[in-house]
Design a protein around this ligand. Structure first.
Ligand code: S3P
Length: 438
């Protein structure tokens, strides 16, 4: 599918005011969609992610025999999806499975397919075809899977085979790699264990349990004993905190801002941004905290500090936990008093784009001073930025991060490749207009 390249003009704002309920979390939607398509029975989800990435997961699972029914005819149905699963046995597709821009789809589906019968070819767009896939090939090969890559990248060919359980320590913290191994382990006799030095998002563990699987966890490892069957569920997907990050950061820039975000996912492995914004001086209140399918959900209210944001350093395990929020934090850093220093975030270089290079390039385009490191950035505070032309590199989080930076710049900013926001958050620009006071 060819998507036209779109430009968006972002004008400065005075304030962020209002209340929003955001579409479903991308990470949780991938997992619910994939597990429901593999389970027995019909699952039903409300507030499923409206992003193109999760649509890629559903389309791949449909090509493998699951039935997908997207209800969305009326506004109240928006994000409601019914998925009838293949009860543990997929049908190989004669066509390649197109994962689009989605690393989560390609890496997790590989684990699901490696123990299945048949040959599967996985492809992606130009960005996904540059991303490292050796990180899933290594543990899957240890399990005995036959997985062929082209110089470490997609296209990826899987010849399904019976696997053996392994005990694997991930060299780089990655929830996608952990999930890939767990999905293979679900279908493999014996106990498969994944150990990680830094705990990554645990949505797969929680979702597998919600679908009826037994998963054992300790501080540093997660184990699954296969084979196990999954059963359909009904669930409301919590609002996406990584999408919320753009609004929380935007609100924190303007003294007098006040924003309420309802039904937001607050899983502790994802909510570190709230601590960082608090350290920067924003006031955050969490209300109506509930647990739904073991995921924490609540209402977040943010009030900006009257005397501006302070400074902070993000490194070590914090960098891994905040990996998707680092572009927007770096983009607002010039407006803090003391700047933001980011280290141990080399993974940013192998996301949908090289996010360290693009953040530095676009900050400089707006007149900011910034120092680039192999594993991070130093962005001094107390800077005044001007409107500029932003190169999003077709990366959704870069397009949205610089739309936020543009709100406090002098003059208008042009975001090139603004359509990429739809990868995770198609409603972004509409909702931004709704809460930005000009
Ligand atoms: C994700 C894990 C992270 C994150 C990505 C979504 C997931 O990637 O950056 O946006 O849903 O598991 P890695 O597993 O590569 O760290």
């Amino acid at each position: 599918m060819h998507t036209a390249v779109e430009e968006r003009i972002i004008r400065p704002a005075r304030n962020i005011l209002g209340s929003l309920r955001l579409p479903g979390d991308k990470s949780i939607s991938h997992r619910y969609g994939m597990l429901a398509a593999f389970a027995e029975g019909t699952s039903r989800f409300t507030n499923f992610s409206t992003g193109a990435d999760c649509a890629s997961t559903l389309a791949c699972m449909e090509a493998l025999g699951a039935k997908i029914n997207k209800l969305g005819a009326t506004q109240s149905d928006e994000g409601t999806v019914e998925v009838t699963g293949v009860a543990g046995r997929v049908t190989p597709s004669s066509k390649p499975l197109d994962c689009g821009n989605s690393g989560s789809t390609m890496r997790m589906i590989s684990g699901l397919l490696a123990p299945q019968q048949g040959t599967f070819t996985l492809i992606g767009d130009a960005s996904l075809s540059r991303r490292p896939m050796g990180r899933i090939q290594k543990p899957l090969a240890e399990m005995g899977a036959k997985l062929t890559l082209t110089e470490g990248h997609a296209p990826l060919i899987i010849e399904g085979a019976a696997l053996k359980a392994i005990d694997y320590t991930t060299p780089v913290p990655s929830a996608q790699v952990k999930s890939c191994v767990l999905l293979a382990g679900l279908q493999t006799a014996g106990t498969t264990t994944v150990r990680e030095a830094i705990r990554t998002r645990d949505h797969s563990e929680l979702a597998l349990r919600a679908f009826g699987a037994e998963v054992k966890r300790s501080t540093e490892s997660v184990s699954i004993t296969g084979p196990q069957k999954l059963h359909a569920i009904e669930a409301a997907v919590p609002g996406d905190i990584s999408s919320a990050a753009f609004f929380l950061c935007a609100a924190s820039l303007f003294p007098g801002s006040s924003l309420v975000l309802d039904s937001l996912g607050l899983n502790p492995t994802r909510a570190t941004l709230l601590d960082v914004l608090t350290a920067l001086g924003a006031h955050i209140a969490v209300l109506n905290l509930e647990e739904k399918n073991a995921e924490l959900v609540g209402t977040v209210q943010i009030t900006a500090p009257p005397d501006g944001l302070r400074s902070t350093t993000i490194s070590g395990s914090l960098a891994a936990q905040l990996i998707d929020e680092l572009p927007v934090l770096a983009a607002i850093a010039p407006y803090t008093s003391g700047g933001i220093r980011i280290r141990d975030a080399k993974e940013l270089r192998v996301k949908e784009s090289d996010r360290i290079a693009l953040v530095a390039k676009n900050l400089r385009a707006m007149g900011a001073e910034v120092e680039e490191f192999e594993d991070g950035l130093d962005v001094p505070g107390g800077q005044t930025l001007h409107g500029a032309t932003i190169d999003s590199g077709g990366d959704h989080r870069i397009a949205m991060a610089f739309s936020v930076a543009a709100l406090r710049a002098e003059g208008e900013t042009l975001i090139q490749g603004a359509e990429s926001a739809a990868i995770s958050f198609p409603e972004f620009f509409t909702l931004l207009d709704q809460v930005a006071e000009r």
